[in-house]
Design a protein around this ligand. Structure first.
Ligand SMILES: [Zn+2]
Length: 290
């Protein structure tokens, strides 16, 4: 059994190393397969023994063998997160379709989050690609499924995706309407321009959520279902306000990517959904006096 955990953790680390390549290359529209791994500073191809997750980083003391430029610490972080996730998923659902689903889902969240932090956008190839893969696997799980049609994996997956994406889309429409139609009209009539409009050049920039978050929430909904994606949506601002405040103070940057908070909240919901639902319903029973 210990051997199985070791194999799974090595798989997670190697996958993490590949995810690091995706994070670096996808936003630049580069192929994720060719060329082989190379130093991002001097472009020298890496020997296999310089490309072992974590171990190579430690042996090379975090620097390129050739040009001695530091290797991104982000890659190490991605490998570690991926390794821990693989072990956790194996521990809770063993090896099977659920493990595969979980790895696809969380891998795409890792890639989306790190790209969002760096570039403030989420490539559709990541979120839509993972969404389609999840639909295919859920459709496979639905074959031979007996029970209520609404409980069929593909049906609840589709419903979760539409609900999650629709929820964020609605928020963006309402936010833009209030900021750019209602507020702007009032202030322009008084001969002033709302100060927020000066700071931001366009609607896309001003909105805390972008269209990338719509597809990301559709992806989260396809995996966690309607209830899970709803809790994620409510929980994300709590995580966001804490970490966002730190970013605002330290970086003095007004653009805070929202994808990482949605992803972190999705992970929290995946692990503690039952406990969260139990705690909330206990609380509601408490205040209603039953
Ligand atoms: Zn180098």
């Amino acid at each position: 059994m210990i051997l199985a955990y070791i194999v799974v953790s090595i798989f997670g680390l190697i996958l993490g190393s590949f995810l690091g390549v995706c994070i670096y290359r996808l936003p630049k529209d580069e192929s994720i397969i060719r060329p082989a791994s190379h130093c991002t500073s001097c472009n020298k191809p890496l020997k296999w023994f310089d490309n072992i997750p974590i171990i190579s980083f430690i042996l090379l003391k975090g620097k390129c063998r050739y040009c001695k430029k530091p290797i991104s610490i982000g890659n190490l972080l991605v490998e570690l997160i991926s390794g821990v996730l693989a072990v956790y998923l194996f521990w809770c659902c063993g090896l099977g379709l659920d493990f595969l689903l979980g790895m696809i889902f969380f891998s795409s969240l890792i890639v989306a989050s790190f790209i969002d932090i760096k570039y403030q956008f989420i490539p559709d190839s990541v979120s839509v690609g993972a969404l389609l893969l999840i639909f295919v696997i859920k459709a496979g799980q639905s074959i031979g499924f007996c029970g209520d049609i609404l409980q069929k994996p593909i049906i609840s997956s589709l419903a979760g995706a539409i609900f999650g994406g629709g929820l964020v889309y609605l928020v963006i429409i309402i936010f833009n309407f209030i900021l750019f139609d209602v507020v702007a009209t009032i202030y322009k009539k008084r001969g002033k321009v709302f100060y927020l409009l000066k700071k931001f050049d366009n609607e896309e920039e001003a909105s805390c959520m972008g269209l990338g978050d719509v597809t990301l929430m559709a992806l989260i909904g396809s995996f966690l279902g309607i209830q899970g994606v709803l809790i994620t949506f409510i929980a994300a601002p709590f995580l966001g306000s804490i970490i966002g405040l730190v970013i605002l103070v330290t970086k003095k940057d007004h653009i805070i990517p929202y994808g990482p908070f949605l992803s972190a909240a999705a992970l929290v919901v995946f692990i503690w959904q039952d406990q969260i639902v139990a705690a909330v319903s206990n609380y509601l029973y408490g205040i209603s006096g039953f």
